[in-house]
Every structure is written in structure tokens, then in C-alpha cells.
Write a new protein. Structure first.
Length: 161
């Protein structure tokens, strides 16, 4: 039973071991939702990654960048007792949207976010269990910690990862 819903906004992240909590990322367009989970301990994390790389930027929110979100989530999970060798990842988002964001065409930011997140996970030794990335539609993610279920809503579909 879900008793607590926590919204993870742009550039934010949440780490929790509360089986009655649901972590939600609304409106993942070119952003990537990175869900990490140690099923044995029930420790979970979700980040709303906005940009691929923190180079040449002051990092006030580690969840904003793929290269800082992954190591920070893993650090926090380990502090709660997660075994990083059992931790797996699921990726959502990274759509190719029209327009311009952060000085680059937005259609390239989605795929760049996905690739940067995959690179950060590989460097950390975390296996990607599943993904729902790319395309042209935004997504909303509901991560139910107690069951480990990741529910994805987009314009035309509803998926469980």
C-alpha cells in the first residue's frame, strides 16, 4: 500500500528504503529518469536527469547531470545499506523533442542524456535491467519501492518495467 508519494522535480533525486513510498517523475521529455534498485534490501533511488555532463558548471544539484546523479545516488544507497553489486538500473525518457534547450537542439539532448547515463552506470558497474527511451513523446514514471515496480505513462501507452 502506498502511503507516501514523493515528486522528483527537474534535476532532483530521491533515495529511499520505505516500502510504502512511491517516487514520481512527471514530464520526462528529453530528460532521463534513472531508477536504481537493490531488490534484496528494498533500497531505491530515482533521479530526474536534465543534462548529460556537468563539465564547466557549478553543481548545486547532482541529480541534474548524468555524470553526477549516478555516483551520488549510489553513494546514498550504500549509506542506507544497499549492496551495489545487486543494484540494477532502469532508464526512462530521453525523447527527441523539437526546439532548442541549453544552446543545443533539443532533439540531440535526449539521446545524449541516455548515452551519458549509460556511461555513468557502466563506470559504476551497474547493470541496466530495462529501458524505455527515445521516441518523440514525454513520459511520467511511478516507482513503487515496496514492489520495485516501475510504471510508465506516455501519450499512447502504459508500460511496466
Amino acid at each position: 500500500m502506498i502511503k507516501t508519494e514523493t515528486v522528483v522535480g527537474l534535476g532532483d533525486m530521491r533515495v529511499s528504503a520505505d516500502p510504502e513510498e512511491e517516487i514520481i517523475c512527471y514530464g520526462l521529455g528529453s530528460c532521463v529518469g534513472v531508477a536504481l534498485f537493490d531488490r534484496t534490501t528494498g533500497i531505491a533511488a530515482l533521479a530526474h536527469v536534465v543534462l548529460p555532463d556537468s563539465s564547466d558548471r557549478a553543481v548545486t544539484k547532482p541529480g541534474r547531470f548524468a555524470d553526477t546523479a549516478v555516483p551520488d545516488m549510489l553513494r546514498q544507497m550504500k549509506e542506507l545499506g544497499a549492496d551495489l553489486n545487486r543494484t540494477t538500473a532502469r532508464l526512462v525518457g530521453g525523447a527527441q523533442l523539437a526546439g532548442v534547450a541549453s544552446g543545443r537542439p533539443a532533439f540531440s539532448i535526449g539521446p545524449e542524456n541516455v548515452e551519458a547515463t549509460k556511461t555513468a552506470l557502466t563506470r559504476a558497474g551497474v547493470r541496466i535491467q530495462a529501458s524505455d527511451t527515445g521516441g518523440g513523446d514525454g513520459r511520467t514514471v511511478h516507482f513503487r519501492i515496496g514492489s520495485g515496480e516501475l510504471e510508465i505513462h506516455s501519450k499512447d501507452k502504459h508500460t511496466l518495467l
